[in-house]
Design a protein. Structure first.
Length: 289
C-alpha cells in the first residue's frame, strides 16, 4: 500500500515509519476506503512523566487564541490567512481555559462497520504515542464521512485520553456525552453535537489530517479556546509568550485612553499611533532575526 507519505513529513517524530494497522472497509463493496495505518515511532528513551514543561509552554496557556494569532503575525513566518481553523470548528465548552498541546492525529468513519477487528484497538496506539511528544497531546480527528453521520467521541474516549495526559480533542465531526465530558474538564472542539456513535472506528493514526480547513501534522503545536483553534510554528513557539505580553502592553494604551475622561477623536488617534509604533517596533525586531 502506497500512501505517498515520506518521513520528512513528521519532524516531531524522527525515524518514524508508516505500517498497516488493520483492514478497514465498508462492508458494502461499493464504498471502499483506505486501509488503516499507524505511525510506528522509534524507540529511544521515553520522556520522563515527572519532567516539567518549559516555562514558555506553560505561559502559552495564559493567553487567548486571538492574542496568540496576533503574535504569530508579527514574526512574518507565514501568511496571515493560514494556520488557523475556520468557523466550522467550535469550542464545546467556551468557558474552559485555553488548550495547548501537540497533535496526535487520526481519521474516522461511522457510516458503516469495519470488516473486522476491535474498533477501539487504535486507542492503544494513540495513547502509546503520547510518550514521544514534548508535551501533552491534543487528539485531532478528521471525520471522513460526508455528510457527518455520528459522534467521534463520548465520555469513555475522553476519559481515556485525559487519563493518559491529553489536553483536549478536536474533530471535524461531532461529539456526545457533553455534560460528562465537561465535568471531566476536558476541552473539545467540534462541528456540533450528535447523540449516537454509529459504526465508529478509527482508520489511521498519526498521519496528516485536514480539520477546519487546514492540514494538521502529527506533533503540530496547537492552541485553542472559545475563539477558535490555531497552530503555532515550532520555530517561534518559545518566543510567542513574550511577544503576547508586548502586544497586550501596546493595546492597553488604547484601552486606557478609552477609559479616561473627556476623550476626543484627536486623543484617540494619538493613542492608536503610540500603540501602532510599539507593535511596529516589535515586528521589526522579530523579522530581523
Amino acid at each position: 500500500m502506497s500512501l505517498g507519505i515520506g518521513r520528512q513529513m513528521f519532524p516531531a517524530f524522527p525515524g518514524a515509519m508508516i505500517a498497516p494497522l488493520r483492514r478497514s472497509n465498508y462492508s458494502d463493496e461499493s464504498h471502499p476506503f483506505e486501509d488503516a495505518v499507524v505511525l510506528i515511532l522509534p524507540s529511544p528513551a521515553e520522556k520522563d512523566p515527572k519532567m516539567s514543561l518549559p516555562a514558555w509552554f506553560e505561559e502559552l496557556k495564559k493567553f487567548d487564541t486571538p492574542t496568540i494569532c496576533n503574535a504569530i503575525e508579527l514574526f512574518d513566518v507565514r501568511p496571515r490567512n493560514v494556520g488557523f481553523m475556520n468557523d466550522t470548528i467550535k469550542a464545546s465548552f467556551p468557558k474552559m481555559p485555553p488548550m495547548v498541546g501537540y497533535a496526535v492525529t487520526s481519521t474516522f468513519r461511522s457510516m458503516a462497520p469495519p470488516r473486522g477487528g476491535d474498533v477501539y484497538a487504535s486507542m492503544s496506539d494513540q495513547v502509546a504515542s503520547y510518550a514521544k511528544l514534548p508535551g501533552p497531546a491534543v487528539m485531532v480527528y478528521q471525520d471522513l464521512d460526508v455528510p457527518i453521520v455520528s459522534a467521534t467521541f463520548g465520555e469513555v474516549m475522553c476519559s481515556t485520553y485525559k487519563a493518559f495526559g491529553a489536553a483536549g480533542l478536536i474533530t471535524s465531526g461531532g461529539g456526545r456525552d457533553l455534560d460528562q465530558v465537561e465535568a471531566l474538564g476536558f476541552p473539545t472542539f467540534t462541528t456540533g453535537a450528535i447523540c449516537s456513535h454509529g459504526y465508529c472506528h478509527t482508520l489511521a493514526v498519526n498521519i496528516p489530517v485536514v480539520v477546519g480547513g487546514i492540514c494538521i501534522y502529527p506533533g503540530d503545536l496547537i492552541h485553542g479556546d472559545l475563539n477558535g483553534v490555531s497552530t503555532i510554528p515550532a520555530e517561534i513557539a518559545s518566543e510567542v509568550p513574550g511577544v503576547c505580553r508586548e502586544l497586550m502592553t501596546a493595546e492597553q494604551i488604547i484601552l486606557d485612553y478609552l477609559k479616561s475622561p473627556n476623550i476626543t477623536p484627536e486623543g484617540f488617534g494619538e493613542a492608536r499611533k503610540a500603540c501602532g509604533a510599539m507593535m511596529a517596533a516589535t515586528g521589526k525586531r522579530l523579522t530581523k532575526k
